[in-house]
Design a binder for this molecule. Structure first.
Ligand code: MLT
Length: 268
């Protein structure tokens, strides 16, 4: 599957994949320190039935940095620019964790482009004070010891009972993150720290919203997901036992089926 790129704002290379065809389009946005390769098996499966676009977010994968903080709004505008470049008028947008924050910002700024939204291990609240303080500490750790941060960060995203079985996937994710500069990792943390609550996007959405959650996700308590799934006019919630923060990797086949059927439903 070929990678493509555009030059954004005359200075940043944006790397993406655009596969399959037809009127039904799904856009996939990865999480913090991942890149579009995390979706490889999804793109391969979906391209036979729909158009599927995976994008490396700013500072991730082969996409350039664009400043010291990559805000969710900057990321959303960059995604829109890719879609405009390749003539995509509407899409279902799905984001994992940080990618979900970007998808929410995209839905807020470009609601007419959105046919449906999927939040994968993600949510619409802003950071708590404690979360902000933790991000400041994390930035210090990354400055001083990027590699050991990456090595210890990845396994913790997986349910403990999945870590041995999914060791090759964890290793791939560590390798992806090792390709990132400390400044890019910090820019992502700063961008997430600055994001506002987007509960109003959920409440006002004129499109269906799918929440995919892991019951053992250490980063997102289930009560948050329950409460937010009650807000939209049309929402769907799938929660899986023995899954943590990487549901699209830990329960890959189930998520592949669910996300594809949701995308098609959004185009009915
Ligand atoms: C992610 O996986 O993208 C991050 O856990 C999101 C976050 O730090 O809030």
């Amino acid at each position: 599957m070929k990678h493509k790129s555009i030059l954004y704002q005359d200075k940043a290379i944006i790397n993406y994949q655009d596969e399959g065809q037809g009127n039904q389009t799904l856009v996939l946005l990865h999480g913090f320190m991942n890149n579009l390769d995390v979706w490889a098996s999804y793109v391969f499966k979906y391209m036979k039935e729909i158009r599927v676009i995976a994008i490396d977010l700013l500072g991730h994968g082969e996409t350039s940095d664009l400043g010291e903080s990559h805000t969710m709004e900057m990321q959303a505008d960059m995604v829109k620019s890719v879609l405009d470049n390749i003539g995509v008028k509407d899409c279902v947008i799905a984001g994992h964790s940080m990618g979900g924050y970007v998808a929410l910002a995209f839905a807020e700024r470009y609601p007419d482009t959105v046919k449906g939204l999927t939040l994968i291990n993600s949510h619409a609240l802003k950071d708590t004070e404690e979360a902000r303080e933790n991000r400041i500490k994390t930035c210090e750790i990354i400055k001083n010891n990027r590699a050991s941060f990456i090595v210890s960060f990845m396994p913790d995203l997986f349910f403990v009972g999945n870590r041995e079985r999914l060791y090759p996937e964890i290793k791939d994710l560590q390798d992806m993150a090792m390709g990132m500069k400390a400044e890019s990792i910090i820019a992502a943390q700063k961008g997430m720290m600055e994001r506002p609550s987007r509960l109003d996007v959920l409440v006002n959405a004129k499109f269906p919203i799918l929440f995919l959650a892991g019951k053992q996700d250490p980063r997102i308590v289930m009560e948050k997901v329950f409460a937010q799934a009650m807000m939209p006019q049309h929402s769907e919630l799938m929660m899986i036992e023995n899954v943590a923060h990487m549901i699209h990797v830990e329960a890959k086949s189930i998520v592949q089926h669910r996300l594809l059927s949701f995308t098609k439903m959004c185009y009915i």
